[in-house]
Design a binder for this molecule. Structure first.
Ligand code: SF4
Length: 328
């Protein structure tokens, strides 16, 4: 790992000021950044420590929503009584990610900014990776593509976003709140993560030096019927091959509202609202759920090793809707 300077930020404004130096990175829990720095994937010249700036609170918002500070630890969010009661989907997704030790360190802001685990990205021994080295090519397109995207990929990159938490936040229509030198912003979660396009080196809509301060959740709708279903190669401490955040608001068996987000299939959490909406106003029905699952995956374009994800995702959607609907 290269040498870097260290600065402890005292508050959010100070952090934004300190990170303006070229080569600066924020650090929260460090669970992803330090791995990448040790592997030589990133080369921080200056580290700005966010662990003493506050922003770890979890507070109710007027109207019934919740504001989760960007420095709240994943384990604290998952265990918080208001999160468990009002947003069980978020709690489930957080607990599906990483290990207890990592969740104790990892922050909400850092989880949103997790980099892909594409093996060609995380190992600088591979020369061709547009995300790590722009204009160098994409080794995964012709190489090992089992864990890669089937939706929304580009010629430049077929990587997937690894965050479980972000999939739940997408299903819950969360908002990412940021602060920067020029402006503070509120970014809908659907606009926060980017598709790779021609610039896969940019994972999110954040501007250089912009600080995530919180995630806000709207008033809850899916307390009773919500499932985060994660399919992976082993039962714990593994990234999703496919995951589904499925939430229903039911009147008896009649669907009043629904939200379905997918992980493990694209460069960002994947939603198809037009397909989701066809469930609304009708009774929950396995055949209809299967048609919605097929519609969500209709644009899929698999690569050499990952055609299985298309079928797996459809079956996972159907199973997640069934399990969410059967919750009492
Ligand atoms: Fe790099 Fe993306 Fe290609 Fe993986 S899929 S090698 S991250 S450009």
């Amino acid at each position: 790992m290269d040498a870097f300077s260290y600065a402890r930020a005292s508050d959010p404004d100070n952090a934004i000021q300190l990170v303006q130096r070229p080569g600066s990175y924020f650090i929260g829990g460090g669970t992803n950044l330090l791995d990448l720095a040790k592997a030589g994937v990133v080369h921080p010249l200056h580290i700005v420590d966010l662990n003493h700036i506050g922003l770890a609170g979890i507070d109710e918002l007027p109207g019934g929503g919740l504001r989760v500070g960007a420095m709240a630890r994943n384990s604290d969010v998952a265990a918080h009584p208001l999160v468990r009661e009002r947003y069980p989907l978020l709690s489930q997704a957080l607990l599906a990610g990483a290990s207890p030790q990592l969740r104790n360190m990892a922050t909400v802001g850092g989880n949103l900014l997790q980099r892909t685990r594409c093996p060609y990205f995380t190992d600088p021994g591979f020369e061709h990776c547009n995300k790590r080295a722009p204009a160098s090519g994409c080794a995964a397109r012709e190489g090992y593509s089992r864990v890669h995207a089937v939706l929304g990929a580009s010629e430049a990159c077929i990587a997937v976003n690894p965050s479980d938490m972000s999939v739940a936040l997408a299903a819950l229509d969360a908002t990412v709140v940021t602060a920067g030198r020029r402006a503070n912003r509120r970014i809908p979660i659907g606009d926060f993560h980017r598709l790779p396009g021609d610039t896969p080196q940019r994972d999110t809509a954040l501007e250089p030096g912009e600080l995530i301060t919180a995630v806000e959740l709207p008033p809850p709708r899916f307390q009773k019927h919500a499932i985060y279903l994660k399919v992976r190669d082993r039962a714990s401490y593994a990234f999703a091959l496919v995951s589904v955040a499925a939430a229903l608001e039911l009147d008896g068996r009649q669907v009043r509202a629904t939200s379905i987000a997918l992980g493990g299939v694209a460069h960002k959490p994947w939603r198809v609202p037009a397909a989701e909406s066809t469930l609304i106003g009708a009774p929950l029905d396995e055949d209809r759920n299967a048609r919605v699952a097929a519609a969500i995956m209709a644009g899929a374009r698999p690569y050499k090793d990952n055609a299985f994800k298309v079928v797996l995702a459809q079956r996972a959607i159907v199973q997640a809707l069934r399990r969410a609907g059967d919750m009492s």
